[in-house]
Design a protein. Structure first.
Length: 256
């Protein structure tokens, strides 16, 4: 038998008035407190979060990695469940989190993220299954890796489990949003890679994008997601090209 624990729900936000209520309400049944760390939103995010009883902390933005680690440090409990504002726990995942909360056996738990793109749930395209480790003992895990897609890295001796149920992710409401955000994320990724001393080549810029498309569209079944799958896989290839292009420009001393 495991032990019963208390869980802090943790969310980072910036201008998330459209999403934050749904996210907080999905955490309420399973969390003993909800902490929102905000990057000085100019919309109603603060008003909504505080109205729902969340602890609201404002902190200057210095990238996803730093903000997520800062946010988990502000939790009152060592066991944290961290979501993005455009995510929520499915009913099944809520039940599973409650189960492990009362019978905690591992240091961290994986579960899948299921993404909605322009009103359609995406079952393939490299987007599902998309295993995320978001429920963990912060004494055994920290966010690490490169912006804009850091992940929780657990200690080598940490015990990891996986539970059923999905994080429901409400991503993009238009094709234009997907393209624009992908371009922005590619720039952030290139700057993070540059700081780590990484380099690239023309060959990698030429080969990597089509390899990414072929892998996501054919091997990972993007074609089964119809037109939306095609757009997602093409944009992923575009992101890959931009990431290496920006990195090459930065290494040449040029601005991006």
């Amino acid at each position: 038998m495991g032990k019963a624990v208390k869980i802090s729900g943790v969310i980072i936000t910036f201008n998330e008035e459209r999403n934050i209520e749904r996210c907080i309400n999905s955490l309420k049944p399973v969390c003993d407190e909800i902490v929102v760390v905000d990057s000085f939103s100019t919309d109603r995010t603060k008003e909504i979060a505080q109205g729902l009883g969340a602890i609201f902390i404002e902190n200057k933005w210095n990238g996803f990695l730093d903000q997520k680690n800062f946010a988990q440090s502000k939790a009152s409990h060592d066991y944290v469940l961290q979501l993005d504002a455009d995510e929520e726990l499915s009913d099944k995942l809520q039940s599973e989190v409650l189960r492990v909360k009362n019978d905690w056996k591992h240091d961290g738990y994986f579960f899948n993220r299921y993404t909605n793109f322009c009103g359609k749930w995406i079952n393939h395209s490299g987007w599902y299954p998309d295993a995320k480790l978001r429920l963990y003992d912060r004494r055994k895990g920290l966010w690490s890796g490169l912006d804009p897609h850091p992940r929780v890295k657990m200690d080598e001796d940490a015990s990891i489990g996986k539970i059923k149920g999905d994080i429901l992710h409400y991503s993009f409401t238009s094709y234009e949003d997907l393209v624009n955000v992908s371009a922005s994320y590619a720039k952030q990724a290139a700057m993070a890679m540059k700081q780590m001393g990484k380099r690239t080549s023309n060959f990698k810029m030429i080969v990597s994008p089509p390899v990414r498309f072929l892998n996501d569209y054919f091997i990972k079944g993007g074609f089964k997601d119809g037109f939306e799958g095609f757009i997602i896989c093409k944009t992923s290839a575009y992101y890959t090209f931009l990431k290496y292009m920006y990195l090459k420009l930065l290494n040449q001393g040029k601005s991006i």
